[in-house]
Design a protein around this ligand. Structure first.
Ligand code: NI
Length: 135
């Protein structure tokens, strides 16, 4: 059984690899390499999978999951410049892939190890990534 909580946050970022030339960065990341950053309205879906607890009838209390996401993720990233404000991305390119991976590792520590965690992060209406701890 999988239970999910959907949230959203707004953040700015710039996709850039400092080990590559300016030209290579432009070719790779296009408009996302804009030196003055750009923003996204991210939609975040956190899913927890496991057995239903016979006492509560829940896999995980979604109120607890929602508070966890708010305290650990939204308070950290909402209305921030990911490259400049968030230490997690000082040396990590804030692609949707890397943002999802960072969110996974933050939440994984707080959720019962018997439950699996899956992070879905929508960066635009058309592009999203899913991360479940593999790779
Ligand atoms: Ni972008």
């Amino acid at each position: 059984m999988k239970v999910c909580r959907k949230e959203s946050f707004n953040a700015a970022h710039r996709l850039h690899n400092p080990n590559l030339s300016e030209k290579e960065n432009k070719q790779l990341f296009g408009v996302c390499n804009n030196p003055n950053y750009h923003g996204h309205n991210y939609t975040l879906i956190c899913c927890v999978e496991g057995e239903i607890n016979p006492i509560t009838g829940y896999v995980m209390d979604l109120k607890i999951l929602s508070e966890l996401i708010e305290n650990e993720v939204l308070n950290r990233f909402d209305h921030k410049n990911l490259n400049l404000d968030c230490a997690e991305f000082f040396n990590l390119n804030p692609t949707a892939e890397n943002i999802a991976k960072v969110i996974y590792s933050i939440l994984r520590k707080q959720i019962n190890t018997k439950l699996t965690l899956e992070i879905t992060l929508w960066e635009t209406d058309r592009n999203y990534v899913i991360y479940n701890g593999k790779y």
